[in-house]
Design a protein around this ligand. Sequence first.
Ligand SMILES: CC(C)(COP(=O)(O)OP(=O)(O)OC[C@H]1O[C@@H](n2cnc3c(N)ncnc32)[C@H](O)[C@@H]1OP(=O)(O)O)[C@@H](O)C(=O)NCCC(=O)NCCS
Length: 174
Amino acid sequence: MTIQPVTVDNIEALTGFFGSLSERDLTFVREDLSDTAAVSALAGDPLRWVDIDDERVDGYVAVERLPGWSSHVGELRLVVDPARRGSGLGRGLAQHALTEAFKTGIRKVVVELAVDQEGAVAMFSRLGFTGEALLRDHIRDRDGHLHDLLVLAHNVDENWSTIDGVGLSDALMS
Ligand SMILES: CC(C)(COP(=O)(O)OP(=O)(O)OC[C@H]1O[C@@H](n2cnc3c(N)ncnc32)[C@H](O)[C@@H]1OP(=O)(O)O)[C@@H](O)C(=O)NCCC(=O)NCCS
């Protein structure tokens, strides 16, 4: 795994990665990705990273700090190349993003998932996230069907023992 911040040097590879994803996977990124100029706007943000394998991006993670009175909260967005799933990349990217977000003073990280994403829910749960809200009929898919939205949260103060358990504490102290 080679996790790097998103910079102008990897924008072309990142544009290619986003271009290879399905419409459903792109919804998890939740950014304007309409063209290279829009993707270029992501460069330089200290809370966005890619994993590079042989000059190709195979995973992307970002923590978006919420505005105003929720500025201590970050929202995590994560997507891994479908061909690379199941090899630990998603977990590694999520762990890296959590560690770095907490270092910047963010105290709580949330992630939004559809309730049927059992694999992703299991992954985030093992990283110390717990269920915080269930929003009924909050997602409408391309066919117009409604799905429930699950909000998972990781609070750095409450979850210190879990952080220790998943090996984040050493990184946070450094
Ligand atoms: C969710 C996602 C990032 C996981 O990435 P990944 O690289 O496949 O995940 P990993 O290989 O690191 O797996 C992490 C853990 O989750 C488990 N897991 C992953 N996918 C799973 C699935 N479909 N079913 C059951 N368990 C699963 C793995 O067994 C692993 O368990 P471990 O921690 O005990 O080893 C990836 O499936 C993806 O990009 N999905 C679409 C976007 C998305 O849902 N993003 C999350 C919300 S923003």
